[in-house]
Design a protein around this ligand. Structure first.
Ligand SMILES: [Zn+2]
Length: 218
């Protein structure tokens, strides 16, 4: 085995370790819910059950971020399809006050954001300095996550969405870096809710010019 082959082999190992699912290991631990957060369960359920998809719904009373997430997790925990639930609000201290909600329904392994919703999210976050959007979606139970009983792990499309909508949007990234309210992505799986904030590292490296495939061919 020559030096080049050894180098390629280590390159492959390193790059495979940077796979998006592995990126999830760099994310924070799941949200630790307390009894008081359960006050988000009823309002989130009611907002979804009483209103059509892709419509902005104003809550009677604002919810703190963890109460909103608790409501999202409770609503989606036993579903067999993915839901996307967006909380629009304002950053307050290290939390978020969520005052409006919107949702979309997907299938058993994906859920899409329509362009109108994407525009609404960007408009909301950019129109005032502390405005924030909390984007939650669930991964329904499947053979793998039942077997592994894992904490939420962002999929490759999840990491791509994060990269495109947060790290490649200058204003959103600027606001996130300076703690001015941004877009925050959360995933519900196996009874946990967890923020994912590590982008798809392979794609990020490609974008900054470190193209592994190209290097392999040289
Ligand atoms: Zn996902």
């Amino acid at each position: 085995m020559n030096v080049r082959k050894v180098s390629d082999m280590f390159g492959n190992i390193i790059f495979s370790l940077l796979d998006p699912s592995v990126s999830s290991f760099f994310d924070s631990t799941p949200v630790c819910f307390k009894k008081q957060h359960e006050n988000g369960v009823k309002p989130v359920r009611k907002a979804i059950e009483d209103n059509p998809i892709n419509q902005l719904i104003t809550l009677k009373k604002s919810l703190i971020r963890n109460a909103f997430l608790c409501g999202c997790l409770d609503f989606t925990e036993d579903l067999t399809i993915e839901y996307l639930i967006i909380g629009y609000g304002k950053k307050r201290g290290c939390g978020t006050d969520v005052s409006q909600v919107e949702y979309a329904i997907g299938n058993n392994n994906s859920v899409n954001v329509v362009p109108e919703t994407k525009n609404r999210i960007n408009q909301h976050v950019s129109q005032a300095s502390r405005n924030e959007a909390i984007i939650f979606h669930n991964h329904p139970k499947n053979q793998i996550n039942i077997l592994l009983d894992n904490i939420p792990l962002a999929s490759s499309p999840d990491s791509d969405t994060l990269l495109r909508n947060k790290y490649l949007e200058p204003l959103i990234l600027f606001k996130a870096l300076f703690n001015k309210g941004s877009i925050r992505f959360y995933l519900g799986e196996n009874g946990f809710a967890r923020e994912y904030s590590t982008p798809n590292i392979l794609k990020l490296l490609n974008l900054v010019g470190i193209n592994h495939e190209r290097n392999k061919r040289v």
